[in-house]
Design a protein around this ligand. Structure first.
Ligand SMILES: [Zn+2]
Length: 467
């Protein structure tokens, strides 16, 4: 074959080859396109698949968390109350604690309610309180409520200084039953105290008709036990409950009940008035009154107390060597009235006030030598003579308690040797101290106390009328 022949053969083949190349390129392009589509599709399904895995995983985490929470709740429920624990805290990074700022009486405070999973320090952290302050507050609160006994629903109010929001004025922690105050003292330390509950007063007026005994009748009428006991004690002054009371006698009881307005619990009962009609027309009645010294007791309508005035001996373990009455005076040598009792005792034996009172006289007084006189209730006075020295801490006008040392035995004034001359004076008249001590008298109110009693008497009567 010559070159021309070869040329002609190729000339025929070329279009064929061209045709094939085109076909190949079309096929390969379509293959690429298909491949690209396929790869994209595969990729997209891959992503979707991964996404599904992710969702599933978080689902699992949340579910396990819920299961744990539930298990925790169950274990708490079996204890009958819900204590916040910290075990969940680390897993729940995104707990949102709701706070609200409230302004009352120009005081701004933030209030937070404790939820499951909260703890004291964590809650304070959300309020931007620094750790040191949080720990100090937690320690202070811990004196009343340990941190592990903070319960779901407990609330905390943080009062912040308006001029400097880093200064905490006070913190009030509120539980179901009480409110606790945490406040800095003068030494800049947090001190904790329970805020006294707000009390509501409720009055009860009961009229009972005695069936068998006063005690049984009152009990059946649901009168509180402490009130019943008080009534029995008060009226025992006038009534022999075994002999004097019969069926059909009437008892009137008026008492107040202090109720904690926070939880409606009765905190205490206070008897204000009671009367018992007995032996046909006899009436025994007593009113409560708190005197100027702050002592609370019961008085009849004239202001005579159920309490009796009782004098003790001026010297412990000492005997009367010369008693009240006419006698031959050991120094003067003639018969004369002895206005008191003489107690023999060694020099400087302590002498005590025989009843509560006020110092009326302290100083030298003629034959009495060194002398002290005390004013008592019921227009009574006690006097102490021939003292060697006085208690240097007492002076005229001082209040003195029964049994308090007022001076020491001596032989000053007209005296033969160390002894105490002791007198009781009633309405200015020197009476027999030994006889008086045996016939104690009920204390009656005088002066401002009598005025105070009359006011209280009228108030109680009015309360009963308005009932
Ligand atoms: Zn005497």
């Amino acid at each position: 074959m010559n070159s021309n022949q070869i040329y002609h053969k190729f000339k025929n083949i070329i279009p064929l080859i061209k045709k094939k190349i085109r076909l190949i390129s079309v096929i390969s392009v379509s293959i690429i396109v298909v491949l690209v589509i396929l790869v994209t599709f595969i990729n997209s399904t891959k992503i979707n698949h991964l996404k599904n895995v992710n969702v599933l995983n978080t689902d699992l985490i949340e579910k396990s968390l819920i299961i744990e929470q539930e298990a925790l709740k169950d274990s708490i429920d079996t204890n009958n109350f819900e204590i916040i624990t910290n075990s969940l805290e680390e897993k729940q990074h995104n707990t949102i604690i709701e706070t609200k700022s409230i302004k009352i009486d120009s005081e701004t405070y933030e209030e937070v309610t404790f939820k499951s999973g909260d703890n004291f320090i964590k809650v304070l952290k959300t309020l931007n309180i620094d750790v040191q302050t949080s720990i100090a507050l937690s320690d202070a609160l811990g004196e009343i409520i340990p941190p592990n006994l903070i319960r779901v629903g407990d609330r905390i109010k943080i009062f912040i200084n308006e001029n400097n929001n880093k200064i905490i004025n006070k913190v009030i922690f509120i539980t179901k039953n009480e409110e606790i105050l945490i406040k800095k003292d003068l030494n800049d330390r947090y001190k904790v105290s329970i805020i006294p509950p707000i009390l509501e007063k409720k009055y009860s007026l009961k009229t009972l008709v005695v069936d068998e005994t006063v005690y049984k009748t009152a009990q059946e009428s649901k009168i509180p036990l402490d009130i019943i006991n008080k009534i029995i004690i008060n009226h025992s002054q006038d009534i022999n409950f075994n002999k004097d009371i019969k069926d059909g006698d009437t008892v009137i009881i008026f008492y107040g009940t202090s109720i904690n307005s926070k939880n409606n619990k009765a905190l205490e009962h206070q008897l204000l008035y009671s009367s018992i009609k007995y032996k046909n027309d006899k009436n025994s009645e007593y009113f409560r009154y708190k005197n100027i010294s702050g002592n609370e007791t019961f008085y009849n309508s004239d202001g005579v107390s159920i309490n009796k005035i009782i004098f003790i001996k001026p010297i412990k373990n000492s005997k009367i060597t010369s008693s009240y009455g006419m006698r031959m005076h050991p120094v003067l040598g003639y018969e004369r009235m002895h206005n008191g009792d003489d107690y023999k005792a060694t020099l400087n034996t302590p002498i005590v006030a025989t009843a509560d009172g006020t110092i009326d006289f302290i100083g030298e007084k003629g034959d009495y030598g060194n002398y002290i006189r005390i004013n008592h209730k019921n227009d009574l006075q006690s006097a102490y003579a021939h003292l060697n020295k006085y208690n240097k801490n007492i002076k005229n006008g001082d209040l003195i308690k029964q049994g308090e040392i007022i001076g020491y035995v001596g032989s000053s004034g007209l005296s033969t040797g160390p002894h105490l001359h002791y007198e009781i004076i009633r309405n200015g008249e020197k009476i027999n101290p030994s006889k008086f001590a045996k016939n104690t008298s009920n204390i009656y109110l005088e002066g401002d106390d009598l005025q105070g009693f009359k006011k209280e008497y009228n108030r109680i009567i009015q309360l009963m009328k308005d009932y």
